[in-house]
Write a protein that binds this ligand. Structure first.
Ligand SMILES: Nc1ncnc2c1ncn2[C@@H]1O[C@H](COP(=O)(O)OP(=O)(O)O)[C@@H](O)[C@H]1O
Ligand SMILES: [Mg+2]
Length: 263
């Protein structure tokens, strides 16, 4: 692979930032036993956009991200990523399409027995077949971006939660995904560590063309980075719009109630 000499991302001009749909869910239904969590959900995200999902606990936000990560399978419907079907699809195609997607979880899930550097280089080497040198060069660029260059030889247990989460962000980006899924990535952090992680994500949103699909309870952050906010309730999108509209002039009582509880 000749990825060695590329900078982490090339920022495209604004006019080139939306080249159609990157993610499409059509009529997606997900049940757990006889509990229908998502009921014929339609939903799409355009390339280069930053979309935030808000809504009460249990409304199905994590389920959507887990379906996209292929950690769960829908019971019905289709999921398409960058024009290729992720579900239903043969295993080989699922593995290929899945490489376009990176995810950061609430719990960082780093490999505890590997150094920070190795946490980031492992998947590019084993999954993408990158050379060790190229993967390390890229990992160093990403560690600089998340402000952790001096910690690359440490193990996760030697870092704060906020630092570990920044490693997890770098690890996801090392796979060069087209879309980054973020599931309440600051919810498990001590309050004083939240801002540093959100600053890194703001920087990524501003300086790269990666598509972001984000679940968060950090409403100021959502307002700053989002092109679109989707309000979820009981597995349905009850309201969608710009952050200005959703946060300043919500139409639905349910959205108003939710926002007054979290703001
Ligand atoms: N693996 C599972 N088994 C059974 N029920 C689940 C499972 N995962 C999620 N659920 C249920 O699905 C609903 C939606 O969950 P989730 O997508 O995690 O919501 P959110 O992220 O919006 O809080 C909840 O009622 C939850 O209890
Ligand atoms: Mg959740």
């Amino acid at each position: 692979m000749s990825t060695d000499t590329h900078p982490p991302f090339e920022k495209k001009p604004a006019s080139a930032r939306s080249d159609g749909e990157l993610i499409r869910l059509e009529q997606v239904t997900k049940r757990f036993g006889d509990h229908t969590v998502l009921d014929h959900l339609d939903f799409s995200v355009d390339a280069g956009k930053h979309v935030t999902l808000i809504g009460p606990s249990g409304s199905g936000k994590t389920t959507i991200l887990r379906l996209l990560m292929t950690l769960l399978k829908p019971d019905e419907g289709t999921i398409t990523v960058a024009g290729e079907q992720l579900f239903p699809a043969p295993d080989k195609q699922v593995r290929e399409v899945r490489k376009k997607i990176g995810m950061v979880f609430q719990q960082f899930n780093l490999f505890p027995n590997m150094t920070v550097l190795r946490n980031i280089t492992e998947a590019p080497v084993t999954v993408l077949g990158m050379s060790k040198d190229a993967a390390e060069e890229r990992a160093r660029e990403l560690l600089e971006m998340v402000g952790l260059t001096e910690h690359l030889d440490k193990h996760p247990g030697q870092l704060s939660g906020g630092q570990q989460q920044r490693v997890a962000i770098a690890r996801a980006l090392a796979m060069r995904p087209q879309v980054l899924l973020l599931d309440e990535v600051t919810s498990a952090l001590d309050p004083e560590l939240v801002a540093g992680v959100l600053d890194v994500l703001r920087d990524i949103a501003r300086s790269t063309d990666i598509t972001m699909l984000c679940v968060t309870h950090e409403m100021n952050f959502a307002r700053d980075i989002s092109d679109q906010v989707l309000m979820f309730d009981s597995g349905r999108i009850i309201e969608a719009g710009s952050p200005e509209k959703i946060f300043s002039e919500p139409e639905h009582d349910r959205t108003r109630e939710f926002l007054s509880a979290v703001l």
